[in-house]
Design a protein around this ligand. Structure first.
Ligand SMILES: Nc1ncnc2c1ncn2[C@@H]1O[C@H](COP(=O)(O)OP(=O)(O)O)[C@@H](O)[C@H]1O
Ligand SMILES: [Mg+2]
Length: 392
């Protein structure tokens, strides 16, 4: 709808197109008071602060709009034109056309629980929590330095030039997506700030059409910035399954289209440091070996996710079948049988164990019999691990 803008003396100063539905949908996804948030998104969009008296009116207008789904009245907003918002060009985040499959605001209990359920990743959890905390709340590092040394250590300068960028690489089903989607919940807790996650899956996106991939990436960065501006809070921008993009630009067979995407990604990473609120970019890929060196060089963290080893598989079985009270050597046998056994050089992935073996074992017993070691063992022997991701 068209909104009329007037100044403090009710003089007409322009009109602007606003999609109220899109604004309210976005406000809803960002959480908090939907009306207050809609008003601040609106301010971002029109590029001016709204006067206090007008805010009350807009609040009422939005309530009505939400109840009726439309409004016949014209919306006239009084702006404080002395307080031009910093943005040069207003950008409206129309959530219906954003690049993201998922936008979540942390703290979020459900995501926190999912994060805690990830096993065998304790060292990574600690490292990423620290990294993300200093990237998303740099003042914490200064505080630490002052507290323990009385001054700001010169060593902190080494952090200034780092890119807020992490790479999670590794085989399929090893927990990259699950980790990347949920760690923000623990960060929000640690830095005591709201954090928004925006996830874009790049699999089967932008196929073929020239310029499509790079446009998508550029837009994802723009949208992430718009979200951080309007929520005034840090954003985690997750680019998931960007496998073709990870390939080195030097690879001769690399399609021109992918190369444009790599360049768009590099530009995006270079520019997020200028954002008013921190944006942490996380890049997940199955293609471990061929990540473009220019992309790799920028990463503050590169973590390789692997399939669970013997001990980690043991942990999974002990945890999920705890009440069965199997004998220790039985848990161990399950862990061994689900690993690298004769005829194959790789074991089951976390995803295989948790989304296939365990449910299937339960279904083998359900509804008529008890769940036993024999049943679980049979399932492990019958199923095959997901083949390893082949490079190229
Ligand atoms: N470390 C882990 N602990 C527990 N479950 C896991 C772990 N890693 C993966 N999973 C399970 O496997 C599923 C698939 O993992 P996902 O993150 O999609 O793998 P990837 O993105 O690496 O291919 C997840 O939904 C989760 O249930
Ligand atoms: Mg994944």
């Amino acid at each position: 709808m068209r909104i009329k803008l007037v100044d403090d003396r009710q003089r007409h100063c322009g009109e602007v197109e606003c999609d109220l539905d899109a604004i309210m949908t976005q406000a809803e996804q960002l959480g908090g008071d939907i009306f207050a948030r809609s008003i601040s998104i609106m301010e971002e969009h029109i590029g001016f602060a709204i006067s206090e008296s007008s805010k009350v009116y807009v609040h009422k207008f939005l309530r009505q709009f939400m109840a009726m789904g439309e409004s016949k009245a014209q919306l006239i907003i009084q702006i404080k034109n002395t307080e031009k918002k910093t943005r040069d060009k207003p950008v409206l985040v129309d959530i219906t056309t954003t690049s993201f499959e998922e936008v979540v605001t942390f703290p979020n209990k459900q995501y926190q629980e999912r994060f805690e359920r990830l096993v065998g990743l304790d060292a990574l959890k600690k490292q990423v929590q620290k990294e993300a905390a200093v990237l998303l709340a740099p003042e914490l590092l200064q505080k630490w330095s002052k507290q323990h040394h009385g001054v700001e250590l010169s060593a902190l300068r080494a952090f200034r030039d780092r890119y807020p960028f992490m790479i999670f690489e590794g085989d399929v089903g090893t927990g990259k997506t699950e980790f990347a989607e949920t760690f923000g919940a623990s960060i929000a807790d640690a830095i005591n700030k709201k954090v928004t996650l925006a996830r874009m899956s790049m699999k089967s996106r932008g196929n073929g059409v020239v310029g499509e991939m790079s446009k998508l990436i550029t837009k994802a960065f723009q949208d992430a910035r718009a979200i951080s501006d309007s929520s005034k809070a840090p954003v985690i921008l997750l680019l998931d399954e960007a496998d073709s993009l990870a390939q080195s630009r030097e690879e001769s067979q690399m399609h021109h289209e992918d190369r444009a995407g790599v360049n768009a990604l590099i530009q995006g990473i270079d520019h997020v440091r200028d954002a008013s609120y921190p944006i942490l970019v996380v890049f997940c890929t199955n293609r471990s070996q061929a990540i473009d060196p220019a992309i790799k060089r920028r990463a503050a963290v590169i973590h390789t996710f692997t399939r669970p080893n013997l001990e980690q598989r043991l942990h999974v079985f002990q945890k999920h079948f705890a009440e069965l009270n199997l004998r220790p050597e039985q848990y161990m046998e399950l862990a061994e049988l689900s690993g690298e056994i004769e005829g194959r050089s790789y074991g089951f992935t976390y995803s295989d164990l948790i989304t296939r073996i365990i449910p299937q074992a339960v279904f083998s017993a359900f509804p008529d019999s008890r769940l036993t070691f024999e049943i679980i063992k049979n399932v492990v022997l019958q199923l095959k691990p997901t083949p390893q991701f082949k490079e190229g």
